[in-house]
Design a protein around this ligand. Sequence first.
Ligand code: DAH
Length: 412
Amino acid sequence: MKPPVDSELAKSFLDIARRADETHQRLAPAIANWQKIADQFFKQYSSVLTKQRLDELERIASRSLAITASLKTIQDFERAKASLLGKGSELDSLVKQIAHLPVDQRKHVGAANNAVKALISTALQDAKSNIEIVDLESRLASERADVTLPVRLGGMADGRIHPVSQVFDEIAEIFADMGFRIAEGPDIETDDLNFTKLNIPAEHPARQMHDTFYLKTPNTAQGTNAAPFVLRTHTSPVQIRTMMSQKPPIRIIAPGRVYRMDSDATHTPMFHQIEGLVIDESTHFGHMKWCLEEFCKAFFEVDQVKMRFRASHFPFTEPSAEVDVGAEAIGKPGQWLEILGCGMVHPKVIANCGLDPEKYQGWAFGMGLDRITMLKYGIPDLRDMFAADLRWLRHYGFSAFDVPTLAGGMSG
Ligand code: DAH
């Protein structure tokens, strides 16, 4: 038996290892392992194979391993795998010859071929892992983020938050601080939720065609307002949806788009409201006044605010009020600004939602979101708010980084 160290294969291995070491240092341990496998191969086969066959296998193995040790990319690897082990490879043609060998040799030659094949497969897998690690390392090195660099503002800096969105965020922040959650409802609402359950009877002016966008459906009778669907005329149906689906205590605000057939400098067919609703067993008008006053102080960012509650009428509240804020809050002393409607939720509305009005009571308010946006930020014409004019948005819009907080000041 040939001692392994003398074999041509072992010599060429040392050579491969030396050369590979220069380019692929990491592969060196794998190459040492290939050598161990090759040594074993010689121990096993040098006495049972002919010199010619042993030489042939040595040559194939050392050539294959030299190629394998020099692979640099995954594409190289795929190609090498096909040409060294695939159909038509030298190893493949050796396997095909086995059938023509004398019977007593077939077993040994077949096993020796397989051993060389296994060696080359192992080497290829090692080379592949090595390529993947080298790739990963070079990516990690080139894509490393320097977290000490200043922030690149990019597109975020060019974009603008619409004042209505900004004001909604400001309001949400203030009410969230008082324990309110945000509720939502659809823009297309049923007549029942938009009107009837809110105690707005069929003959109420809000139901007339000139106010409300009714959606035609196949069974809408001609000349009637009996359409089952409307574009919601206010956010108040979200009160109904909330009371029908949640158990008190309830404390929500509900912002959103609302629609009325109206258009001039202070009215657009689509505008925004924000609804508030508090229901529990004991909350009263005093709580509402306090919450609204706290809201106004935080929103207008003033320490003191003058407020006026004027008696009013809404079918879904009793008593009802409209609320004015002293215009000092926006630097115009001596005037009053109407900002919202509110009141104690009508017992009939509470009952309409399946709650017991003997047990539960509460208050609600509805505020024009666009209106208070105009007041706070000095925007003169409501229609411009929805004209999608980028120059307007650049002027009145907010930076995406200007996130409203109570601590930082609402308007950043
Ligand atoms: N929904 C009323 C409107 O659109 C505003 C309103 C008034 C809402 C009083 C309320 C409320 O919740 O209590 O004019």
